[in-house]
Design a protein around this ligand. Structure first.
Ligand code: KIV
Length: 271
């Protein structure tokens, strides 16, 4: 079959150079977040190309209202589990709030710890203020994905999870930030919650792969949070996300049936 590959046997996704080639071949790639072994293994079996251990785990796993309390040790713990579950996927780990902002040396120590835990590439949030750090890490064998647009670690500064790049000046600033981060040595660019035409423009001028979330259809790859894809939160799904499963209902029903069978002495059967 020409032009088609079985996603479960693709090997190039483990190499970042393979992602560059995919961009230039206009092959769109699929990311998802995962936080543990079981879901990472399922994501790999489903043919996902890359898995992000996002600090969104502060909200999805820990039940916090934002990502700010996630620690580096917690990120290491979750990265180890995901890397074990999905050895064929590209593994990206987030530098959590407070683990990199005080300077390149702090960022290197934190990023190296995540690489030792199994990450192939490290994501950090921020535009222009991160340029020196990105250059320092790139020079020291740490592949970096720069996260721009809505950067959730700045939520208190924004006063909420707000779409970014919506004025002409803000859009121009994001384009300038993207150019500078790429020149500093970033290997990927993640853009969150920005207008589609802006994400398309940055993708067009970018020599490195872009990943979008709430940034329209024209980025080189897409990512969503696992819990949004599976509908694990019955009450909330971000406007830009898509639910592929009514997970909250299905799982609640299954656990409810199990509990009912115990109470009715249906389970376990007598052997
Ligand atoms: O932490 C995370 O899951 C993320 C995604 C929303 C891209 O940064």
């Amino acid at each position: 079959m020409t032009g088609q590959t079985n996603p479960n046997t693709r090997t190039s996704r483990k190499s970042i150079a393979g992602w560059d080639r995919a961009k230039h071949a206009s092959e769109v790639r699929a990311w998802i977040t995962a936080y543990d072994f079981a879901f990472a293994r399922l994501a790999q079996s489903a043919g996902i190309d890359g898995i992000l251990i996002g600090d969104s785990l502060g909200m999805t796993v820990q039940g916090e209202r934002d990502t700010l309390r996630v620690s580096l040790d917690q990120m290491i713990y979750h990265t180890e589990m995901v890397a074990r579950g999905a050895p064929l996927c590209l593994i990206m780990a987030d530098l959590p709030f407070g683990s990199f902002e005080s300077g390149p040396q702090q960022a290197f120590t934190s990023a190296a710890a995540l690489m030792k835990a199994g990450a192939d590439i490290i994501k950090l949030e921020g535009g222009a203020p991160m340029i020196e750090t990105v250059a320092f890490l790139a020079d020291r064998a740490i592949p970096i994905c720069a996260h721009i647009g809505l950067t959730p670690q700045h939520v208190r500064q924004y006063g909420g999870f707000k779409r970014q790049g919506t004025t002409e000046a803000a859009a121009a600033k994001l384009i300038a930030d993207a150019d500078a981060l790429i020149s500093a040595g970033a290997r990927m660019l993640l853009m969150e919650a920005i207008p589609s035409p802006l994400a398309a423009e940055i993708t067009k001028r970018s020599p490195i792969p872009t990943i979008g979330i709430g940034a329209g259809p024209d980025t080189d790859a897409q990512i969503l949070v696992l819990h949004d894809v599976l509908g694990l939160d019955a009450e909330y799904v971000p406007a830009f996300a898509k639910r592929y499963l009514d997970g909250a209902r299905l799982i609640t029903d299954a656990i409810g049936t199990y509990a009912e069978e115990i109470r009715n002495r249906v389970f376990p059967p007598r052997r």
